[in-house]
Ligand binder design. Structure first.
Ligand code: 3PG
Length: 390
């Protein structure tokens, strides 16, 4: 029986998916971990751990390199929370454009006013909270993955012009884009021509401080910047400078820091949210179910979809006995495995091998069950990381 451990609030629907399939929720030496933004430590990854499922998109809270070395598969659930993030970007653009927050605070301050004066005061003061419409404005979207392309569709419906930038766009991402999206060949063009800029790129060593004084110098004056991706994509001190110099007129972020919180207490050009992008009931259920299904398919059949460190692999079951072998992608490994199996007089009915960078996985369907002696023999082959029968 496989055991799984849960960090963060994972929707019950996902937990149920695993329990209904005979998995046990147990923190002791789990075979799978399900988590969201919990920062995982290398010491959480012992030899029993086979996979980590991130119910969400970002995996910067998981030590991916170390997990890969140990043969641990990391899944995420791209797209499962994209609609929630898209809707919060739209909300962020509206909050940045209309006096919604300030107007609402003003209205609240009327609590002690008399019923007859409330209307007068509102009508007198409302000019302070005048804003601008989104229609006809230009939205620059940096990163055209699943959130970026959904956002482009929605902004198009709102009558906005859209400029997109993504040197790594996937075929699926490109299919989802409205034909009206203007493609920017370089980031400078997008920054010089947008009224709103929304970031939808993952955080890695190449994207850390992607928005800094180096990029801010290209911004058209008065842009509104939205960051619901990851905090470190933006250099917040440079952003505060850009707000002081009116290069930016608003900054909306899901990743507040001390300096931004101090800023918001003095000026209302920053809108801070507590990492709410994917926090909707619907997104949490989607992510939890997808993460649970990926965990189940991998532990029961060795199937991998949506992994950030392993190749995609799928093989329809031909027998009851499937070997799942994780190994380094080195010459001779598969030959040695086949030889070990043949030496035990076992027949291979079907097999598949896939690799990604230096890691590889091989699935082998055998006619008969595998003895412990053969498992030990396979595990002793050079470059094998781990193996199991399922
Ligand atoms: C993600 O990476 O999917 C989002 O940032 C949501 O993160 P959360 O699951 O911790 O809310």
């Amino acid at each position: 029986m496989f055991k799984f451990k849960v960090y963060n609030s994972i929707a019950e629907e996902g937990i149920k998916e695993l329990l209904d399939n005979g998995f046990q929720k147990n923190d002791d030496e789990p075979n799978a971990i399900l988590l969201r933004s919990h920062k995982l430590d290398c010491k959480d990854m012992d030899n029993n751990l086979k996979c980590i499922a991130r119910a969400g998109t970002g995996t910067n809270n998981i030590p991916v390199e170390e997990a890969t070395k140990k043969g641990i598969v990391i899944f995420n659930t791209p797209g499962a929370n994209s609609n929630a993030v898209k809707e919060l970007v739209l909300c962020g653009m509206l909050l940045a454009s209309r006096g919604i927050i300030e107007g609402s605070l003003f209205t609240k301050s009327l609590a002690s006013s008399s019923s007859t004066s409330i209307n007068d005061m509102m009508e007198k003061q409302k000019k302070q909270y005048k804003g601008n419409e989104l229609k006809g404005k230009t939205l620059g979207i940096i990163g055209l993955g699943s959130v970026g392309s959904l956002l482009a569709q929605a902004a198009e419906v709102l009558g906005m012009k859209i400029i997109g930038y993504d040197p790594y766009i996937s075929v699926d991402g490109a299919w989802m884009l409205p034909k009206e999206v203007e493609k920017a060949d370089d980031i400078k063009y997008l920054l010089q021509n947008s009224d709103y800029v929304s970031l939808h790129i993952p955080l890695n060593k190449d994207t850390k401080h992607f928005i800094s004084k180096e990029t801010l110098k290209f911004f058209k004056k008065g842009i509104k910047l939205i960051n619901l991706s990851r905090g470190d994509i933006v250099n917040n001190l440079d952003v505060i400078n850009a707000l002081n110099n009116q290069i930016l007129s608003k900054f909306i972020t899901d990743f507040p820091t001390k300096e931004l919180i101090e800023r918001v207490s003095k000026k209302n050009d920053v809108i801070l949210l507590p990492h709410l992008g994917a926090s909707t009931k619907e997104a949490e259920i989607n992510c939890a179910i997808t993460a649970a299904q990926q965990t189940k398919n991998f532990l029961l059949n060795g199937v991998i979809v949506n992994s950030v460190n392993f190749p995609k692999i799928k093989l329809g079951r031909t027998t009851e006995f499937r070997l799942v072998i994780i190994h380094k992608d080195e010459p001779g490994v598969i030959g040695n495995i086949a030889q070990a199996i043949a030496s035990e007089n076992l027949n291979i009915k079907d097999m598949i091998n896939k690799s990604r960078n230096e890691i590889a996985i091989t699935l082998i369907d055998l006619e008969d069950n595998v003895s412990q002696y053969l498992m030990d023999k396979i595990n002793n082959i050079e470059n094998i990381i781990n193996s199991r029968v399922c």
